[in-house]
Design a protein around this ligand. Structure first.
Ligand code: AQP
Length: 328
């Protein structure tokens, strides 16, 4: 059975982009793969986090994983910081990474742009991400389009390690959905929908109330035309909304286009809002049930224990190959 690993940062409220680009695939993949789904809290602190909020968001992301359909009996759902082997292998991978490789990362450039001071953690985080994946010898990594470059680095580091120290790591493959790999902001289609965007109107949070969702979609930017046509090059805003419609309804893009032929943007947006609300409603209900049950801590601890066992096997083998003297 192939191994799948992916993670989401508890750096804000999860968005529809995180769901469509990542979590929806996690749920499908768990049927016939050995899965590790992490709340990557060590990644979240690469930008400043308020401690109480980080704790709350970490539990919220874990609960949303389960509410979205990840079954903790089948898949490992855990916090990255609960398995200390991540940080240790992260350091080892950092020492195998070249500065130039990190300097080329577009996500770093985007997140660092315009800031007076940028933490070194933000710069080296792709090496930690590589460690996360290699620790479990993952074959497949379901991610949105934006993570493709980081995964390429992981593949390079796995190859470099195998070349220097003898074959050990599986070189992982990205698993990127064909549609929905990049859901864009509602207010600026040149940017991806992002949970840390300070403008809450730019994203739909998975826990937004129906009236908030309706308002955000009605205010989403569109071009001055009126034709509901999928044409990302010339009509990027409406195409982005059609992509969301398609992902939330299960209809193909062509079916969405046919359904709204001759109709105005206003009608399309109203029905899009209802489609999103209907898709999120059961997830939100399950989320509330899980939080109220108080079971999250136990689920996370059980998964972390299983994950740690697997992680320690890899870390010991890696350290031995790199020449660390074992502790007696
Ligand atoms: N807009 C998006 N469309 C499709 N997929 C997306 N993902 C994120 N945004 C979109 C995918 O969600 C997973 C989790 O991402 P992450 O939390 O590790 O960080 P990120 O990619 O940086 O996501 P955000 O929401 O933009 O977080 P912040 O604002 O904290 O940086 C990944 O698989 C990602 O591809």
């Amino acid at each position: 059975m192939k191994t799948v690993l992916s993670g989401i940062q508890p750096s804000g409220q999860l968005t529809l982009g995180n769901y469509i680009g990542a979590m929806k695939n996690f749920v499908k993949l768990q049927e016939d793969h050995q899965c590790y789904f992490m709340v990557v809290d060590l990644h979240a602190i690469t930008v400043p986090q308020e401690p109480a909020q980080l704790r709350e968001q970490s539990e919220a992301v874990a609960a949303l994983f389960i509410a979205a359909g990840i079954n903790p009996e089948k898949s490992n759902v855990f916090l990255q910081s609960h398995v200390p082997q991540h940080a240790e292998l992260g350091w080892l991978m950092t020492t195998l990474t070249n500065m130039g490789e990190l300097e080329r990362m577009t996500q770093f450039k985007d997140k660092a742009a315009g800031k007076d001071s940028v933490g070194a953690g933000l710069f080296v985080y792709p090496s930690l991400m590589a460690a996360d994946i290699l620790l479990y010898n993952a074959d497949l990594v379901p991610v949105g389009d934006d993570q493709k470059q980081h995964l390429e680095l992981t593949r390079d580091l796995a190859g470099r390690f195998n070349h220097r120290y003898g074959d050990y790591f599986t070189v992982p493959e990205p698993y990127i959905p064909e549609v929905g790999a990049r859901i864009m902001s509602l207010d600026d289609v040149s940017k991806k929908m992002s949970k840390s965007n300070p403008n809450a109107g730019s994203f739909i949070a998975l826990l937004d109330e129906p009236k908030v969702i309706r308002k955000k979609i009605s205010r989403a930017t569109t071009d001055s035309g009126s034709e509901v046509r999928y044409d990302p090059a010339n009509k990027p805003e409406i195409s982005n909304l059609m992509g969301i419609y398609s992902q939330c309804s299960g209809l193909s893009l062509q079916e969405v286009q046919d359904r709204y032929e001759g109709q105005m943007y206003g009608t399309f947006k109203k029905e899009l809002a209802e489609t999103v609300v209907a898709m999120l409603e059961p997830i939100q209900q399950r989320y509330r049930d899980i939080r109220e049950s108080g079971e999250i801590g136990r689920i996370l601890a059980q998964s972390a224990e299983r994950a740690q066992e697997a992680a320690e096997v890899t870390l010991s083998a890696v350290k031995e190959r790199m020449g660390f003297l074992p502790r007696l």
